[in-house]
Design a protein around this ligand. Structure first.
Ligand code: 13P
Ligand code: SF4
Length: 323
């Protein structure tokens, strides 16, 4: 799906230094590179990152960085957003196959037809989409500013919200607006088991359930708090409770546990007996691949300049509307 030169890490895995942490720190200095990581990355990647955050925080960091090289420990749409904001910088993604099921659920051709059928609608797209979808959008939003952004749009203006139907439904509830939803979803967040969450509530009556708005309505109904990854982390810090069932990708529990070692965090279980609550795309990045991507300065994120320019406008609009 994403085209690039052959990734070096598959052919030179024997080329690894003994101390990867030290080698990455050296490369960071040599390249004047910054490592931006999402909370769903493996703990060791989070530990070497210069900044860890949610999609909005990562976009802001990407917009403000003075580094020459951005190493994006996240998924493709996140690294792509960094490139859209920084056309002159080298943006690398440790594994170029790290996509996103939600972004994939909105193919550009089908979305162009959907948009053309509703020409009076403003298009608000969740940042979890490709550059091609961003280029067709009026405003981008993230899970932390979607409600606020929709609230800033005049009430008489009809809105298409894409691609996540679950975040879209949540925004509809919070704003009282009727949004025209694209029918996309995330394979990770739609897989949490309501039944097992209810069981956990019975076993841990003192625990609060905290959930990401990409979860389906039956799971969100049980949530004491709903928010972006950063918002969930902040909420757990200021809550008087000591125990939490966390309904989002469990990578974030690393930061929760580091910040609050005295509190208990239970990963919300998936429906099957599998690790399907882990994002298979995010987890493609490893510390080894990250080191090799810095050493060989690839895989690099690239895109046609006209797509980049068209995708930049709605991202800038988001940044202006969510200061
Ligand atoms: P956040 O912006 O809340 O970190 O969400 C990103 C994401 O991909 C959730 O699945
Ligand atoms: Fe995409 Fe879901 Fe993975 Fe987030 S958790 S990156 S929405 S597939």
């Amino acid at each position: 799906m994403f085209t690039t030169a052959r990734s070096p890490q598959t052919t030179r895995v024997s080329d690894l230094p003994e101390d990867l942490f030290e080698a990455i720190a050296t490369l960071k200095r040599d390249l004047n590179a910054v490592v931006l990581a999402h909370y769903y990355q493996d703990p060791d990647i989070q530990d070497i990152a210069d900044y860890i955050g949610d999609s909005l925080g990562l976009s802001r960091q990407a917009a403000d960085t003075n580094a020459d090289v951005i190493v994006f420990a996240g998924v493709h749409f996140m690294a792509e957003t960094a490139k859209i904001l920084n056309p002159d910088k080298l943006v690398i993604l440790p594994d170029l196959a790290a996509g996103c099921s939600l972004a994939d659920s909105c193919p550009p051709e089908a979305f162009a037809q959907f948009k053309a059928a509703h020409p009076d609608h403003l298009v608000v797209s969740y940042i979890n989409c490709t550059a091609a979808i961003k280029a067709m959008s009026d405003i981008i939003c993230t899970s932390s500013n979607a409600v606020d952004i929709v609230n800033q749009i005049p009430k008489d203006r009809p809105i298409i919200f894409a691609p996540d139907r679950n975040l879209g439904r949540y925004v509809m509830e919070q704003t009282g607006r009727d949004l025209l939803l694209w029918d996309g979803s995330c394979i990770v967040h739609e897989n949490f088991s309501e039944k097992k969450i209810v069981q956990l509530r019975v076993e841990h009556p003192e625990a609060e359930v905290i959930a990401h708005p990409e979860c389906e309505p039956p799971v969100l109904r049980h949530a004491d708090y709903i928010g972006s990854t950063t918002a969930l982390l902040k909420y757990a810090k200021q809550s008087a409770k000591d125990s939490f069932v966390v309904a989002t990708e469990p990578g974030i529990i690393h930061q929760m546990q580091k910040a609050m070692p005295q509190k208990e965090f239970i990963a919300a279980p998936p429906t099957g007996n599998c690790a399907c609550n882990e994002c298979p795309h995010m987890r493609l990045n490893t510390l080894e691949k990250l080191y090799l991507s810095m050493k060989y300065r690839q895989p690099e994120i690239t895109m046609p300049e006209e797509v980049r320019q068209a995708a930049l406008k709605p991202i800038q609009r988001m940044l202006e509307m969510s200061r």
